[in-house]
Design a protein around this ligand. Structure first.
Ligand code: ADP
Ligand code: MG
Length: 694
């Protein structure tokens, strides 16, 4: 029977062998059309060429191949469940045999495996093989259950593996993909020629990835760098870039508030400054002023390594808005930080400090009412606040500029909320994590960039050390010397989730507090963590900021920007629990005053990764390394960042492609988009949930 080809928009339910339960499982995972089905790619390929006969593992006396991961295929001969004596973990053990030898497979804490596996099952398993107490064993392998009676699981060299979706096993997904490919109608070409010219067409690309031919490059397949991947990635990235470019074109057409500058204003601003601007600060400020006076709406990212002096640039920009008959607001992620910025703005404003208003969620009702009235009347021209600024009850007299510190903590939605309050204010976003252009574009969407690539003069060097826990006394000794000299110290403990499996081996903040009290009996200790109430937290922080407490013991709240120049040591416990960029940010908290400073990481593991911080102070390089190691999702904290959720594209791997897509998108918009192209764009934006970013 030959069937008419199906457009990719066809519902998956037309496929044979897809009952209601399985269709529901697909639906649940966001797969309703053939397009959705085909774009959910295998998560891995097994290269039959690299399948290891079990006997050969023994013979090699075991030297693991690259990465220590081995792929094996065999029949389950034995299966048993038990509980480990020491930690009372469920233990599942199985014996796999393939005619050449046997191998023990072991899983921890997955008791359900005992029910889903049976002796006689054929299993394709992969995982690390190590020498255990009873010989070679594969630990916590991932596996694919092959159908009973199925002869060989492949007809080709590469076997694609799919994740199980509810009741739908990976193997069934492979069969569905094969059927969809056989029946699908090639879709229209949407990419401009400049992007598509060296790439396979969409359907061919999908086929290459679901049914890789034997001559595929295994490495490129695994890394996602084949031309087929590039084709699918280009479609996603082009849709994304087009969305951003349209938003930008829209913004440039809108009329922006013109903030009038004058020689008199410039003189007054200069008078506020405690020191001359660095060259980089001057350049950034000039770019900002050009935007504020251009008649267009500014949307600018101010990037600069920790300590590069972003706050001063922000203040100058706010002053432009506040001293020309309007208001400027600075939005920060925590109350501690809001108070600190407010205090330094008051200092800068001197006799005009009354123009500054703080707005916090934790304010008392009367205090808040008064603050809101001052915002609405325009009496408050400089506003510093937290998320409280988004609330409905907040109205501004004439909001000309919003500066957002550490943007990735605020969502696009919140930004829209604030936008509605003040007409269409200018935006300046500050980020302390220097990131490549392509990523900035991906996270922040449409924006221009200013970079502070120069540190203010007079910075004291920070010596960085990495110590194993056994040498912690070196850190405490160092701290004791600084405290004796009248300096202050930060100690950072990781925030530990009580359900964390590795918790037992970690020292939590309570244990650290005990240790510090015993080791430094004569020193006042301030302890802050996420479970404190806002006013308690502020009180403790203030004791440290005022110098009453010599040591601040904190989970990461301290990370986001307190400025205590007298602090000259920071010790980070369990440094392996932190990202490299996060550690770099933490390090930026010391070395701010007149004295040389020390940054000490205590860690029992990941010495290689952490050594990056010992080797370099370049925040850009650290961020790049961190991104490569953790991927953009982990790096930014996926959901919060509103990072686009691509199926085929990878923001780190495909960054060059993204820049090409961006240029192509600009050209496409200049040429004018057809209605069908716009339809396609909307569909892709919905499929990839891009609306929040682009
Ligand atoms: P960032 O927010 O970029 O991490 P800050 O704005 O907190 O950095 O500035 C770091 C420190 O450098 C602050 O103590 C600030 O007063 C100081 N600073 C900023 N600009 C200059 C400058 N042009 N000259 C000297 N010191 C400066
Ligand atoms: Mg800052």
């Amino acid at each position: 029977m030959s069937l008419a080809p199906l457009p990719l928009s066809t519902q998956v339910t037309v496929l044979r062998g897809l009952g209601p339960a399985r269709a529901a499982a697909l639906q649940e995972a966001g797969i309703s059309t053939l397009r959705d089905l085909l774009w959910s790619l295998p998560f891995r390929y097994v290269d039959r060429g690299s399948l290891q006969p079990l006997g050969s593992l023994e013979m090699r006396g075991f030297e693991a191949p690259e990465g220590g991961i081995v792929t094996v295929l065999g029949t389950l001969q034995d299966l048993r469940q038990s509980t480990t004596r020491v930690q009372r973990m469920a233990l599942t053990e199985a014996l796999l045999a393939d005619g050449t030898g046997t191998l023990r497979l072991i899983w921890f804490n997955q008791p359900y495996l005992g029910r889903s596996l049976k002796v006689g099952d054929r299993l394709l398993a992969f995982g690390p093989v190590v020498l255990g107490r009873h010989g070679l064993e594969m630990r916590s392998p991932q596996f694919e259950l092959l159908g009973r009676g199925e002869e060989t699981p492949w007809v080709r060299r590469f076997l694609p593996l799919y994740r199980k979706l509810g009741p739908l096993p990976g193997r069934a997904r492979q069969r569905l993909a094969a059927e969809a490919l056989a029946r699908a109608h090639p879709p229209e070409e949407w990419l401009p020629l400049e992007l598509s010219k060296d790439l396979p067409d969409t359907l061919a690309a999908l086929r290459l990835l679901h049914e890789p031919p034997d001559d595929s490059d295994p490495r490129a397949l695994e890394e996602g760098t084949t031309p087929a991947h590039q084709r699918l990635a280009a479609e996603e990235l082009f849709a994304f870039a087009l969305g951003v470019a349209l938003r930008r074109a829209g913004r440039l057409r809108r009329k922006g508030l013109v903030v009038p500058t004058s020689p008199e204003l410039r003189e007054r601003l200069k008078a506020y400054l405690p020191f001359p601007l660095t060259g980089a600060q001057r350049r950034a400020f000039k770019e900002i002023v050009e935007d504020l006076t251009s008649g267009r709406v500014m949307n600018r990212l101010l990037q600069g390594d920790v300590g590069s002096g972003k706050t001063l640039v922000a203040f100058l920009a706010l002053a432009m808005a506040a001293e020309t008959g309007g208001q400027g607001a600075l939005l920060v992620p925590t109350e501690v930080l809001a108070r600190q910025h407010a205090a330094s703005f008051r200092r800068l404003l001197g006799p005009e400090m009354g123009a500054m208003q703080l707005l916090l969620g934790g304010m008392k009702a009367a205090e808040k009412r008064e603050a809101l009235a001052r915002l609405a009347s325009g009496e408050a021209r400089y506003v510093v606040g937290t998320h409280a600024l988004f609330q409905e009850s907040v109205a501004f007299h004439k909001l000309q500029l919003v500066v957002v510190d550490e943007q990735h903590r605020f969502g696009v939605k919140q930004r829209e909320a604030l936008k509605e309050k003040g007409g269409d204010p200018h935006w300046l976003v500050m980020s302390a994590t220097p990131i490549p252009r392509s990523l900035a574009l991906s996270i922040f969407g449409d924006l221009d960039q200013s970079v502070l690539d120069e540190l203010p003069p007079g910075r004291q060097p920070v010596t960085t050390k990495l110590l194993p826990p056994a040498q912690a006394e070196v850190a405490w000794g160092l701290m004791a010397r600084e405290l004796a000299a009248g300096r202050q110290a930060f100690v950072v403990s990781p925030a530990i989730d009580p359900s964390d499996e590795t918790k037992v081996q970690l020292r939590d903040i309570q244990a650290m507090e005990k240790l510090l009290r015993a080791r430094f009996p004569g020193t006042e200790l301030a302890v802050v963590h996420g479970r404190l109430k806002a006013d308690e937290l502020t009180a403790h922080m203030d004791r440290f900021v005022r110098g009453e407490a010599g040591i601040l013991l904190a989970t990461t709240v301290v990370e986001v920007g307190v400025d205590v120049p007298n602090a000259t040591v920071m010790v980070v416990d369990h440094a392996e629990r932190f990202g490299l960029s996060q550690l770099h940010q933490l390090r930026g908290r010391v070395g701010r005053g007149a004295h040389a400073s020390q940054f000490v990481m205590l860690s029992a593991s990941e010495a290689q990764r952490l050594a990056v911080l010992v080797d370099t102070r370049d925040g850009f390089r650290i961020a790049q390394k961190d991104l490569e190691l953790r991927g953009p999702g982990e790096f930014f904290g996926v959901r919060q960042a509103g990072l686009p959720q691509f199926q085929a594209a990878d923001l780190v791997r495909d960054r060059a492609l993204l820049l090409r897509c961006r240029e192509a998108a600009d050209r496409a918009i200049q040429l004018g988009l057809s209605e069908r192209q716009i339809e396609w764009l909307h569909r892709e934006q919905a499929r990839l949930k891009l609306a929040d970013v682009s």
